[in-house]
Design a protein around this ligand. Structure first.
Ligand code: ADP
Ligand code: MG
Length: 619
């Protein structure tokens, strides 16, 4: 079979263009990327061989070798891991398989300086080889197969694939180094790079040069070493390796339990949101090892979805080495480790929150929306999560905890008030809040989609009921007025109000559940509220958007009897023919209340016609 030439996927071509033209100053990271891939390939082999021992084929010492050849101007990075079939070479190296690299490509701006910074932030995996090589050859033989394949490319638009000879399984990457990259032939330079970036790799990285062979790294699992022997840089490089991310970890938690259960945790919380944090799959990302042997990085039994931002390693001594994926489900050992992880992580978060509020808030900003999923998924930890939660407030800037809120409650206030919406700025100006603001009562502003869900299960915190400010019956009367509250202006008589309400109810009919005098409005004429026991306004809208609900519940229309418009309507309602005369105004009031909530008018065409009639009269 002759060699075949194929085109890179267009994203890869764009990426390669940047990489090959990069004047990136830390080119040596290509070695970190290729060693990281080699180490992953060895982990995969070890896992596959648990169920298919033949894959070892007598070669059980997994390692990565670096072979510089100055005469041939090549540097070869070889492993005896899982290897790649022809199809895998084509798809893994010809397209962007990893979503992180895809996101990198999507972010490329064409501005060299900006794009360069992105290389540092994301790492570009395999393609970083083209920063130093004018031509890259990948010779690979998949474990269990006899045919090897050669993939070659000069990093322009295409690559070539064809048959090759290779004695054992695994992958050899031959870099034909560019002029000016001679430093990567030097054993001392290679040794320094490996010690800097890849010391944590758990298998030997061996340099074969000048007729000698020398292991460059510690080649022991980092998490199995003593904490005191690990530097901050080593933790950080390890974090980069396991997370495929290049930020600094916000939290590093390294601990070991012995006794009834024997396990080691090396966990990280990233400082910025991973790009796939809100993927519907909500996958856990921890790597599971059994006595230092990699088992899987797809184990949802280890951490709940609401802690899916955790990265790192769990190494258990209590599971059998030949554990299968099926055995991991409903496994009592994992269930206990999971509980321990939850306890440890929540405990660390509490500590951080107490020690450094600013740093904690930065964490909350990135991951609070995920942690709050635990409020309805995990009643057992609800209390702690509520304590850790931070909120935006109608009364102050920054983040507020529920304990802060309670400390600032007004005399006579018995509940914690919250309101849901899509956008913070819109919520801050909501008419629903007018009465609260007039009394100086704080309302927590909730804008994460998850908020609607936990509010339906969290009834109270520290003995205080949690209530939606957009509900009828939020009783503000009991709360002492603040000094600057406006005295109610002239109000129509009780009788006049009664007549107006009766007329509005008659006109609006089924479209409203009730019409009531509002206790919460001070500036706006009208607003909607949900009856006690009815679905919350914002939740209803959210469910409708997601096609989970199609009915629209009738709401209570609250009217502000101190508002000039309502006063004028009350006066008109006293005269004969009120129901006909007020028909347009009543419908428009209801539509106006809906608009402010972010809803569309019930019937946009009728709305426009009524508005036009009213404007015409006014002119
Ligand atoms: P990532 O490692 O994040 O997946 P890379 O660009 O570094 O992204 O590598 C792309 C893919 O190529 C890997 O996911 C893997 O499937 C494959 N690959 C790269 N190097 C090797 C190797 N040495 N052995 C086996 N597969 C490899
Ligand atoms: Mg990689």
């Amino acid at each position: 079979m002759t060699d075949q030439t194929m085109q890179f996927q267009s994203d890869v071509t764009r990426l390669l263009h940047i990489v090959t033209h990069a004047l990136y100053s830390q080119k040596e990271i290509f070695l970190r990327e290729l060693i990281s891939n080699a180490s992953d390939a060895c982990d995969k082999l070890r896992f596959a061989a648990q169920t298919e021992a033949d894959l070892w084929a007598g070669d059980t010492e997994l390692k990565v070798t670096l072979t510089p050849d100055k005469a041939a101007r090549t540097l070869t990075i070889a492993d005896n891991g899982i290897g790649m079939s022809r199809d895998e070479l084509v798809s893994n190296l010809g397209t962007i398989a990893r979503s992180g690299t895809g996101e990198f490509a999507a972010k490329l701006s064409g501005d060299a300086a900006k794009d360069m910074a992105l290389i540092g932030q994301f790492g570009v995996g395999f393609y970083s080889a083209f920063m130093v090589a004018s031509n890259v050859e990948v010779i690979s033989r998949k474990a269990g197969e006899t045919q090897a394949w050669r993939w070659t490319s000069d990093g322009s638009g295409q690559f070539t694939i064809g048959e090759a000879e290779k004695s054992g399984r695994g992958t050899a990457i031959v870099l034909h180094l560019r002029e000016g990259e001679d430093e990567f032939f030097e054993p001392a330079r290679l040794s320094h790079i490996v010690k800097t970036y890849s010391d944590h790799i758990a298998l030997p990285v061996v340099l074969e040069a000048e007729g000698k062979s020398e292991t460059l790294n510690s080649a022991s699992a980092l998490w199995a070493r003593q904490k005191s022997e690990i530097t901050k840089d080593q933790y950080q490089n390890f974090y980069h390796h396991v997370s495929h991310a290049f930020d600094d970890p916000w939290l590093t938690l390294h601990t070991r339990a012995e006794g009834k259960l024997d396990y080691t945790l090396l966990l990280f919380i990233p400082s910025s949101r991973p790009h796939d944090l809100f993927d519907p799959a909500r996958k856990a990302m921890l790597r599971l090892y059994v006595r230092r042997v990699f088992i899987t990085d797809r184990c949802d039994e280890l951490v709940p979805a609401w802690l899916r931002f955790l990265r790192g390693v769990v190494d258990s001594a209590d599971l059998p080495l030949n554990v299968s994926r099926e055995m991991l489900q409903h496994n009592p050992v994992l269930a206990r480790i999971k509980q321990a992880i939850i306890r440890r992580v929540l405990g660390e978060l509490e500590k951080k929150a107490g020690k450094d509020a600013e740093a904690y808030n930065a964490f909350w900003e990135s991951f609070g929306a995920v942690l709050k999923e635990g409020l309805y998924e995990d009643p057992e930890h609800r209390e702690v999560i509520l304590k850790l939660a931070r909120f935006r407030s109608s009364q102050r800037d920054g983040w507020v905890s529920l304990d802060d809120y309670i400390a600032a409650m007004k005399d006579g206030q018995s509940a914690i008030y919250v309101i849901n919406g899509d956008q913070l700025e819109q919520l801050k100006r909501s008419p629903q809040l007018e009465g609260f603001r007039a009394k100086g009562v704080e309302v927590l502003l909730l804008t994460d989609p998850v908020d609607d869900f936990w509010l339906s299960v969290v009834r109270d915190y520290a003995g205080k009921p949690v209530k939606s400010a957009s509900r009828a019956g939020a009783d503000l009367d009991a709360i002492a007025a603040s000094a600057d509250e406006k005295a109610p202006e002239d109000k129509p008589s009780e009788a006049a109000i009664g007549t107006l309400i009766a007329a509005l109810k008659q006109i609006l009919g089924e479209a409203v559940k009730d019409v009531r005098e509002s206790k919460r409005l001070t500036d706006s004429a009208v607003c909607l509220s949900a009856a006690e026991g009815d679905i919350d306004l914002h939740l209803e809208r959210l469910l409708r958007q997601h096609q989970k609900l199609d009915a629209v519940s009738a709401r209570i229309l609250e009217i502000n009897t101190t508002h000039p418009l309502i006063r004028a309507l009350a006066a008109r309602a006293q005269q004969p023919g009120a129901v006909d005369a007020l028909a347009d105004a009543a419908q428009l009031l209801l539509d106006q209340a809906r608009l402010v909530e972010g809803e569309a008018p019930a019937d946009p065409l009728l709305f426009a016609q009524r508005l036009a009639r009213l404007m015409e009269k006014a002119l």
